[in-house]
Design a protein around this ligand. Structure first.
Ligand code: BDR
Ligand code: CA
Length: 307
């Protein structure tokens, strides 16, 4: 089993990523760490705990992490995820509280305690990962891979920047400069995983409580993505990190160099993805180009049917 830590800011697509991961035998979730991003840290942590209850992940540690970016002012995304960060379905109050250990410390501890190398799946701003690397750089050698959602060759929060990278560019820079094997699900590939009405209908045909909640999450997410970005459905960005760990054959990737802009007046948080090797800089990431869309949704449906 591949050992993973999910570092997230649920968030509709983060929540569905957890739901997919929990359904898969191929993965062992060592822990969930939360970060401020789609909503304030108390809310994203609460949401993670609620989703854990929904999919019976009650033994998995949930630790509250950074309440804001390393150096910038905190920004959230209520226009996409609602005020709670997870508007739409009615979810029961969590049966437990978070661990009491800071998310970055949980990440460090779990990586050190694990006998096998660990894969980290960041699906929010990269603050916790940067903090963990600053505090305990020796964990680098024990991280198998970082599979993150962020960046791309175009933006969704500014004309050139994607939300997760834009929300904490300094943290993202630290991760991309870390020399840890890094796999990037950017907007180029996540926009191929569009939860259209047709997809939602198929989810709604699956007769169990978890699928019902996923259907409601996708409906809310589709509405806000329509309002804000005029998209026909919500791109389930974060879910691709989990799908990649389970079924990498569904992804066409390219090794590239990626640097993060931290200084630009208009371009802070932009990932410069050197698709054609024009900079001559060393390759430091695998970048998602193309998704087997049908294969991806089949993986989702089949996984939801397990509940
Ligand atoms: C990313 O931003 C958040 O709104 C989503 O959860 C995803 O991680 C997409 O830009
Ligand atoms: Ca997210």
């Amino acid at each position: 089993k591949r050992k993973i830590i999910m570092d997230c800011d649920p968030g509709h697509d983060d929540a569905i990523a957890i739901i997919l991961a929990a359904a898969r035998q191929e993965l062992e979730i060592l822990g969930i760490t939360t970060v401020s991003g789609n909503a304030e840290i108390e809310k994203t942590t609460m949401n993670a705990l609620k989703i854990c209850d929904l999919v019976s992940l009650t033994d998995v540690i949930v630790s509250k992490g950074a309440s804001g970016p390393l150096v910038r002012v905190r920004e959230t995304a209520p226009g996409i995820h609602g005020d709670t960060g997870l508007d739409g379905p009615e979810l029961a109050e969590p049966s437990r509280s978070w661990s009491g250990e800071h998310g970055a410390d949980t990440m460090i501890r779990l990586i050190k305690e694990s006998e096998e190398p660990v894969t980290v799946l960041p699906t929010g701003p990269l603050t916790n990962v940067a903090l963990a690397l600053a505090k305990a750089p020796e964990i680098k050698d024990h991280i198998e891979e970082i599979v993150l959602m962020g960046g791309g060759t175009f933006g969704n929060w500014t004309p050139t920047a994607e939300f997760n990278i834009w929300a904490d560019p300094e943290a993202a820079k630290k991760v991309f400069d870390s020399c840890i094997p890094t796999t990037v699900m950017g907007l180029d590939i996540t926009h191929q995983a569009m939860a259209s009405q047709e997809v939602i209908d198929q989810v709604n045909q699956i007769d169990n409580k978890v699928a019902k909640i996923v259907g409601e999450l996708l409906e809310f997410f589709a509405e806000t993505n329509k309002e804000m970005f005029d998209l026909d459905g919500g791109p389930v960005h974060d879910v691709l990190t989990v799908a990649y760990c389970v079924a990498p054959e569904l992804f066409k990737m390219k090794e590239v160099n990626i640097v993060v802009e931290t200084k630009g007046e208009f371009t802070a948080g932009t990932t410069l993805v050197d698709l054609h090797g024009v900079t001559g800089r060393e390759r430091n990431a695998k970048f998602g180009l193309e998704l087997d869309v049908e294969g991806f949704w089949n993986l989702m449906f089949e996984s939801l049917k397990k509940y």
